[in-house]
Design a protein around this ligand. Structure first.
Ligand SMILES: *[C@@H]1O[C@H](CO)[C@@H](O)[C@H](O)[C@H]1NC(C)=O
Ligand SMILES: CC(=O)N[C@H]1CO[C@H](CO)[C@@H](O)[C@@H]1O
Length: 245
């Protein structure tokens, strides 16, 4: 009898602990996933950049062409990192996801035809639809620009470790997206940047046993030549200079 009572109470308290943990992790989405992340990845010395660094090795075909799916996958892998910037990057994140989805659904419609990234653009050049704001070309252009911004931001974070987060964001914005944005987009970005988390807190959230700064460097070094290659291709089609409102 006593045993049953003990089991009964331990079960009840276990349920309470579970409910408590679930509530906590809902209220504070950040601490729990990051703790779980650290626990599950510590043995392999991974960082938040590891999946993207690994994914990048699969982007180029044997003939040095960029393949659609692995490229989009790497872009997707950056979204969880963007989440750590909170509200400051909410718009950037939703633009990036929107651009990825547009390219993804075109690719999924015909994976053989669109195996290579540039095939998406070439198809629209042939039908003269590339310049439309709803084109995949336009999606790729903005996606590449957003990736330029992120690469510059991560580069600033490891090259200028004394800079504040706001400084790092503002500088990378000035070097990349700003020239393509109109007054409205530019002003809302300036407002959003003020919401960036404190640099130290951000680094703590993405911390792991692996060397985050070294992985940022690795990521930027491998990814930026790919972005440059995409710009060069779009430029050769006369499609690298579309501006936003
Ligand atoms: C952001 O960078 C621009 C140059 O792109 C500079 O003029 C401006 O003062 C900077 N703002 C802040 C808050 O650092
Ligand atoms: C479909 C979609 O969400 N496209 C977005 C791509 O990114 C640009 C700018 O970053 C947005 O203006 C588009 O709405």
């Amino acid at each position: 009898m006593k045993k049953i009572v003990v089991i009964y109470f331990s079960l009840i308290s276990a349920v309470y602990v579970c409910i408590y943990v679930i509530q906590l992790s809902n209220l504070h989405p950040h601490p729990f996933p990051s703790i779980i992340h650290i626990i599950t990845t510590s043995d392999m010395e991974e960082t938040v950049f590891t999946p993207a660094i690994e994914g990048m090795k699969k982007i180029k075909s044997d003939h040095d062409e960029i393949m659609t799916k692995p490229f989009l996958d790497v872009c997707k892998m950056l979204l969880p990192i963007l989440d750590k910037f909170g509200a400051a990057m909410a718009v950037v994140k939703s633009d990036i996801s929107g651009n990825i989805s547009r390219l993804d659904s075109k690719y999924t419609g015909n994976p053989t035809r669109f195996n290579y990234l540039y095939a998406l653009v070439q198809a629209e050049v042939e039908t003269k639809t590339a310049k439309s704001s709803s084109s995949c070309t336009n999606g790729l252009l903005w996606l590449t620009r957003a990736m330029d911004f992120l690469v510059e931001l991560f580069r600033n974070l490891y090259q200028h470790q004394d800079w504040s987060m706001q400084q790092a964001c503002n500088d990378s914005y000035g070097k990349t997206l700003k020239k393509w944005h109109g007054w409205i987009a530019s002003s809302s970005f300036t407002v959003a940047i003020k919401l960036v988390p404190d640099k130290k807190k951000f680094m703590e959230v993405i911390a792991s046993k692996g060397d985050v700064y070294a992985d940022m460097d690795k990521f930027c070094t491998s990814f930026s030549p790919l972005l440059a290659q995409i710009h060069k291709f779009l430029h050769s089609c006369g499609l690298d200079s579309m501006k936003a409102a």
